[in-house]
Design a protein around this ligand. Structure first.
Ligand code: AMP
Length: 174
């Protein structure tokens, strides 16, 4: 686990001052490490039945797609407003300054579908909380939520109210 952590590159003050951006491209470009991460996720999920993976734009698509392949299920994208071509359902949530909106195709999954949500990183939990609200409003059943990295000091986990969470790398972020 600590080995995976050392493959993530810290970029201070990106995209703005005070943020340490967790750059996962250094892990992704290493085939063995990328495979190790996907295999670790799959191992943690081995007792779950998943109908569909929902990948959060954009880095959630990378691990989401690999996991969907591995689990033998489909994947649907959750995207920023205006990117999806068909009819959508949307959720708007608060950021530090202003709001953001995420969308999913209204027919991405059926009521009762067993869902795995995937993103690269859990920070404050605001993004994932919004996705949970959207999925539950559409009748999806969240089986698990998978992140490569969890910034533990930001306590995002507390916003995700009892849903099973997998995070392969725990980072204090301080
Ligand atoms: P949050 O809603 O605060 O949990 O933020 C999670 C989303 O923002 C994820 O989609 C991440 O990709 C991105 N994010 C937040 N903080 C960072 C960070 N320090 N490094 C890289 N991505 C981040």
């Amino acid at each position: 686990m600590s080995d995976l952590k050392s493959c993530v590159r810290d970029i201070p003050n990106f995209p703005k001052d005070g943020i340490i951006f967790k750059d996962i491209t250094t892990l992704l470009r290493d085939g063995k490490k990328f495979r190790e991460a996907v295999d670790l996720f799959a191992e943690e999920l081995k007792d779950k039945s998943i109908d569909i993976v929902l990948g959060i734009e954009a880095r959630g698509f990378i691990f989401g797609a690999a996991l969907a392949y591995k689990l033998g299920c489909g994947i649907a994208p959750i995207r920023k407003k205006g990117k999806l071509p068909h009819k959508t359902r949307s959720v708007t949530y608060d950021l530090e300054y202003g709001t953001d909106t995420l969308e999913i195709h209204q027919d991405a999954f059926q009521k009762g579908a067993r869902i795995l949500i995937v993103d690269d990183l859990l920070a404050t939990g605001g993004t994932c909380r919004a996705v949970i609200d959207l999925v539950e409003e559409m009748g999806g059943k969240i089986e698990s939520i998978a992140f490569l990295i969890e910034l533990t000091a930001l306590k995002g986990r507390e916003k995700l109210k009892g849903h099973p969470i997998i995070s392969l790398i725990k980072d204090e972020y301080c």
